[in-house]
Design a protein around this ligand. Structure first.
Ligand SMILES: [Zn+2]
Ligand SMILES: [Zn+2]
Length: 308
C-alpha cells in the first residue's frame, strides 16, 4: 500500500532558492555571461542572473542537489569565492526558465557620476541591530529604497516610501523628497540589499552624514524576525510576485483590492495585455471584473482567447 504522507512530501519538496550579488569588476562580462548560461543549463538550475561590468546579481532555484552544485561552482571562481549567497526555501514553481543577461551596469541610476559601492556605500546594520534601534529612543528614519508597487504590499513599520516606479529615478526623488533628512540617522532597505549599496552611496554623495543599509535586505531580516518590525509581503521580481514574511497567524495586509477596497495583497497583471497593469484584486472582484483593472479592460478578451 502507498504511504500517502510519504507521497505528498515527495511532491511538495520545496526548492532551494539562492539570492546573491557582488560588486566586482568582471573581465569580459559578455563572454562570462555566455559561458555562465551554458553552465546553468548543464546543471538545470532556473532563475535570473544579471552580469555586468561591475558585478553580478542572481536569484536562482532548484532542488538542493542542483543549487549545491551551483554554489560550489561559484565558490571555485576567485571573483566570487567570498560572495554571500543567501538560501531559502520556495515553491517548485518559483522559476520556469533560466535567464543570464549582460547589462552594462548592475544597478542603473540617472546620476551625474558613477558611484563605487565598495568604497562609498553606507555602513551595514544587521537585522538584530535594526530591532534594537526600533526599541531604543534614538531618533532615526527608515527609508524604503524600492519602487512604490513593492512597498504597497509590505514595508517596515514607519518606513518612508518613495513615489518611484523605477530605481533610475532615485537621484531626482532624493532631491525632491529626502534632503530634509540629511542630518538624521538614516537606515535604508531593499529586497536583498543590492539597491541599497548604490542608494546609500548616493545619499552620502548628497551630503547625508549618518547612513546605514540593512545587511541582506528584507530577505534576511524576514528569515530571522518574521513578525517584529516588518509588515506584509515581500515583492519579488519573478513568477512568485510576492512572498509571505509574517507567520500566518500574524499576517498583516497593507493594501486593498483596487475595486472593492477590501484588504488584499494578491497581485495579478490586468487581463488586457495592452494594459498589463499590476493590480491587487480580491477573489470576488477577479470574477466580477474578469481580471481587469477597469471597466474597459474587463471587456477585453483574455489573452488565451485572443486568437479564437
Ligand atoms: Zn475586491
Ligand atoms: Zn487594465
Amino acid at each position: 500500500m502507498n504511504n500517502p504522507v510519504q507521497e505528498s512530501q515527495e511532491q511538495t519538496t520545496p526548492w532551494t532558492i539562492l539570492l546573491y550579488y557582488k560588486y566586482v569588476s568582471i573581465p569580459n562580462p559578455e563572454q562570462f555571461a555566455y559561458e555562465h548560461l551554458k553552465f546553468c543549463k548543464s546543471i538545470g538550475i532556473k532563475g535570473r542572473i544579471l552580469i555586468a561590468n561591475n558585478g553580478i546579481n542572481g536569484t536562482v532555484g532548484g532542488p538542493k542537489e542542483i543549487t549545491d552544485q551551483y554554489v560550489q561552482h561559484m565558490k571555485s571562481n576567485s571573483l566570487f569565492a567570498d560572495m554571500e549567497i543567501k538560501q531559502s526555501l520556495g515553491p517548485t514553481t518559483s522559476f520556469k526558465k533560466i535567464f543570464v543577461r549582460y547589462r552594462e551596469e548592475l544597478v542603473t541610476m540617472k546620476y551625474k557620476k558613477q558611484l563605487d559601492p565598495n568604497k562609498e556605500a553606507g555602513t551595514y546594520i544587521e537585522p538584530k541591530e535594526l530591532n534594537s534601534l526600533y526599541e531604543s529612543n534614538e531618533d532615526f528614519v527608515i527609508i524604503d529604497m524600492r519602487n512604490d508597487y513593492e512597498a504597497a504590499i509590505g514595508r517596515f513599520k514607519n518606513a518612508i516610501t518613495l513615489p518611484m516606479q523605477n530605481f533610475k529615478q532615485l537621484p531626482e526623488i532624493v532631491e525632491k523628497e529626502l534632503m530634509k533628512y540629511k542630518d538624521k540617522k538614516v537606515v535604508t532597505y531593499c529586497t536583498g540589499g543590492i539597491r541599497c549599496e548604490t542608494a546609500t552611496a548616493l545619499l552620502k554623495d548628497k551630503g547625508f552624514k549618518d547612513v546605514y543599509q540593512l545587511h541582506g535586505g528584507v530577505h534576511v531580516y524576514g528569515q530571522e524576525f518574521p513578525d517584529d518590525y516588518w509588515e506584509g509581503k515581500l515583492y519579488v521580481f519573478d513568477e512568485r510576485i510576492a512572498v509571505p514574511i509574517n507567520t500566518p497567524e500574524n499576517r498583516k495586509i497593507l493594501s486593498n483590492c483596487v475595486h472593492c477596497q477590501t484588504p488584499c495583497d494578491d497581485y495579478i497583471n490586468c487581463t488586457n495585455v495592452q494594459c498589463n497593469k499590476q493590480i491587487t484584486i480580491c477573489p470576488d472582484c477577479r470574477i466580477k471584473w474578469n481580471d481587469g483593472c477597469s471597466e474597459d479592460c474587463s471587456k477585453k478578451p483574455r489573452p488565451s482567447t485572443v486568437r479564437t
